[in-house]
Design a protein around this ligand. Structure first.
Ligand SMILES: *Cc1c(COP(=O)(O)O)cnc(C)c1O
Length: 457
């Protein structure tokens, strides 16, 4: 024991020094992966009977392993959906871990869950959902989408005895995130895809419903609209989808995992009109609300329906429902039981900075996309594929084939300069390989964008 305590002091110093260096550094290189065998050759056996000691293990991390990761918060990491957790949220993530809070039940986690709920109340207010709407933090958008759709399916099954033995069916568009299909597989639900990567319009949705067979129509229980597609930042016609869902008596889920942060931005908020009519909404604070991984959220118009679907029963759990333990139990509204109070870092950072700072940071991401659009217009070797939407920019390098894009991405990644990955954009029947920026980090500069575009000349 004595040995462990001795190590603990040194290890704490090492950890704090590393954390402080990491959150203050603005010049980290973009790291890159190595093969597992190479990493193994560098660090040797690390899990041994006697232990290798904290100091040495930490040294291995710093020297060989930290750099084999891509920092998602690098100002020139514009690939996929990057992230940019605030320093306050990162520091409070350490506090969250140190506090050892079991975040499933109020009885054990009242203080932490109270804070999560304060942050959640603000998130719910952004959506405009009616009084009574509420949500919980999940491990991410995938878990949030799954929790929502299982709730919708349970509600549908309970509404008609005939549905009990039927396989459910949902409609979404090909612009929807891959996780929608993935979670439908987990829940054993069929998916009908409307064939557009652009905005899913009311008429196209109605058309897809009209084309279903009578049996399929019976099995249809939900529509998933996207509030900011991951590929291009496109917001579906949420108002129109809401009308169809109301007429057809369907659950309306909005996946705003990436775009949800833009509900803060006055410049684009109107594009989300109709989201306030959703039955459930996914928003990932770990994308555009500057939280560290992992932090997603699912919000329900009627949380009681989520409880019907997700509340776990077990004799060992009865105590949590006793007198005196009354309060909000996050486990009842999503698929996890034991959970980290992962909304706590967001709460601290929101409380510290105020929501105005968050709004400004999101507006900056949108502005950066506009700046990139202008630079692309000005440069002769590149052109926009479509106008920037939210913080996504799709553009092409004139004359390049898919291999050219790939080669360019690898080259910039290899040198640690930038990470910008190609994607595909579908028009009519062709998929074109193009380049894509997604801005989250408000510290990305116009010069960063210009330098990246110049490496394509
Ligand atoms: C990122 C994303 C998801 C998946 O979220 P995870 O947090 O990665 O699980 C789902 N939907 C959309 C629209 C996304 O952008």
């Amino acid at each position: 024991m004595h040995k462990i305590d001795f190590d603990l002091v040194e290890m704490t110093m090492d950890t704090m020094k590393y954390v402080i260096d990491r959150v203050s550094s603005t010049t980290t290189k973009i790291g890159k992966p190595k093969k597992a065998e190479e990493l193994k050759a560098l660090v040797g056996e690390t899990v041994t009977e006697k232990g290798i000691g904290g100091e040495y293990a930490f040294k291995l991390w710093r020297k060989h392993l930290a750099g084999a990761n891509v920092p998602v918060d690098h100002p020139r990491n514009l690939a996929f959906v990057p992230a940019s957790p605030t320093r306050a949220a990162i520091m409070f993530d350490l506090v969250t871990a140190a506090s050892s809070i079991h975040g499933a039940y109020w009885m054990e986690g009242a203080g932490g869950i109270f804070c999560e709920n304060e942050a959640m109340r603000w998130m719910v207010s952004l959506t405009g959902l009616p009084e009574g709407a509420f949500g919980v933090f999940t491990s991410g958008g995938t878990a949030a989408n799954l929790s929502a759709i299982v709730t919708a399916r349970e509600y549908w099954r309970n509404s008609d005895a005939e549905h009990k033995s039927q396989k459910g069916l949902i409609i979404t568009s090909i612009g929807a995130h891959s996780s929608v299909k993935a979670m439908a597989k987990v829940a054993d639900i069929d998916v009908v895809l409307v064939d557009t990567e652009d905005c899913l319009e009311k008429a196209a949705l109605q058309d897809a419903i009209n084309k279903l067979s009578p049996l399929e129509k019976q099995r249809l229980f939900a529509v998933v609209g996207t509030g900011g597609t991951t590929n291009a930042g496109i917001i579906d016609d949420l108002e129109g989808i809401a009308e169809v869902c109301e007429q057809e008596n369907l659950w309306f889920h909005v996946d705003a995992a990436y775009g949800g942060g833009a509900l803060m931005a006055d410049s684009v908020k109107h594009l989300f009109k109709g989201i306030e009519k959703a039955d459930s909404i996914t928003i990932d604070p770990h994308k555009w609300m500057f939280s560290p991984y992992d932090c997603g959220a699912v919000i329900y118009k009627n949380p009681e329906l989520a409880k019907d679907a997700h509340s776990q029963e077990g004799s060992y759990l009865d105590i949590f429902k006793d007198e005196g333990a009354h309060g909000f139990n996050p486990t009842d509204y999503q698929i996890q039981l034991t959970r980290r109070v992962r909304g706590l870092p967001l709460w601290f950072s929101l409380a510290m900075h105020g929501t105005d700072r968050y709004k400004q940071a999101v507006e900056r991401g949108i502005e950066l996309a506009q700046i990139a659009g202008r630079l692309i217009d000005e440069m002769p070797h590149v052109e926009l594929v479509r106008d920037p939407s939210l913080s996504c920019v799709l553009y092409r390098r004139i004359g390049w084939n898919p291999d050219d894009y790939k080669h360019w991405t690898y080259q910039n990644h290899e040198s640690g300069f930038a990470l910008v990955t190609p994607t595909k954009w579908k028009t009519a029947d062709t998929f074109e390989t193009v380049s894509r920026f997604c801005f989250i980090n408000p510290d990305t500069t116009e010069e960063d964008i210009r330098m990246i575009l110049e490496t394509m000349a």
